[in-house]
Design a protein around this ligand. Structure first.
Ligand code: GUN
Length: 300
């Protein structure tokens, strides 16, 4: 891929960085094993959404590779909210499980917030519980959401220090946009940025984006970030994972980000590709959170 891009553009390799995160985790996992602790992750999947099944399966595979314990709990889309809350409560009380994630989206008859609130914050490896969200906002240790945490690791690996830089985040989701802004604005290493959150109602979006030294695209729509929106020399982090129809592929679709990569990449000092950029980091950070949660819960 780097062949099609200007010589000066660094392609940020999420697969490599994810590998180095996993390598570092292996030592911690060995240490925990020596103390009799195997970190355990439970994923709860309600319904049969194909993308969710793929995500949950890759999470379970990632656990296996690192010799973590994992359970996938599958239930049909018509289970009741109470049944789901019962499953979460059982996992909260299960000593083999240190991380719990309930795959979203949940069926429409369920209240996602009540389910998130039911998860023990110490086991909330998605970092979605309002306790962990609050700790993140005040810059205290908790469990950080995986995708934003993965973005910080990518920047760290490539020695792109956000301190003093203009960061523009496009997208205000609770999973990516808001938390990455909250993390990068902290008075802390690999943070200290001047952060702008832009979104669908932002006036003069292109102009706002052009201010960015680091532009983070988390919109969920292909080709939203075009060449005219990116300053020469900017770092672009593309969080988008969009399926677009492509009959030339075996699956009938291919994955693209939110950034028009071919046009934007030559202008950048560094950019993440899709796939192979932010994506692999999300699961690596989920593993990291599971190990972290196990260490904190057991005091090992
Ligand atoms: N659905 C899409 N991404 C995620 C994620 O990171 N965690 C959970 N629980 N559900 C998701």
């Amino acid at each position: 891929m780097s062949g099609s891009v200007g010589e000066k553009t660094q392609i940020i390799d999420g697969k490599e960085v994810a590998k180095s995160v996993r390598r570092a985790l292996k030592d911690r996992i060995k240490g925990l094993a020596a103390a009799g602790v195997t970190p355990g992750l439970a994923a709860v999947l309600v319904g049969d959404d194909p993308a969710s099944q793929t995500y949950v399966n890759s999470k379970a595979r990632a656990c296996e590779k690192l010799k973590l314990y994992s359970e996938v709990i599958r239930r049909p889309a018509d289970i009741s909210q109470d049944e789901l809350l019962g499953i979460v409560n059982d996992l909260n009380a299960n000593d083999q499980i240190h991380g719990i994630l309930v795959q979203s989206p949940l069926p429409k008859h369920m209240d996602e917030l009540s389910v998130t609130l039911a998860i023990d914050p110490a086991k909330d490896v998605d970092g979605f519980h309002p306790f962990n969200v609050g700790m993140m906002l005040i810059g205290r240790p908790g469990l950080l959401p995986c995708t934003p945490h993965g973005i910080v690791k990518l920047l760290e690996h490539y020695e792109i220090d956000p301190s003093g830089k203009q960061v523009v985040v496009v997208g205000r989701s609770n999973i990516v946009g808001k938390p990455i802004a909250a993390i990068l604005v902290q008075k802390a290493p690999m943070a200290n940025a001047t952060v702008t959150i832009a979104h669908s109602r932002t006036a003069n979006l292109a102009e706002v984006c052009r201010r960015a030294d680091i532009l983070i695209a988390a919109i969920g729509r292909p080709d939203t970030i075009t060449e005219d929106m990116v300053r020469e020399g900017a770092v672009v982090i593309d969080v988008g994972v969009n399926r677009v129809d492509d009959s030339s592929t075996e699956k009938g679709y291919r994955l693209v980000g939110d950034v028009d990569f071919d046009k934007v990449a030559p202008k950048c000092s560094a950019i993440t590709p899709v796939p192979g950029g932010v994506g692999p980091m999300t699961i690596a950070m989920l593993m990291s959170n599971t190990v972290e949660a196990a260490a904190r819960i057991t005091g090992k």
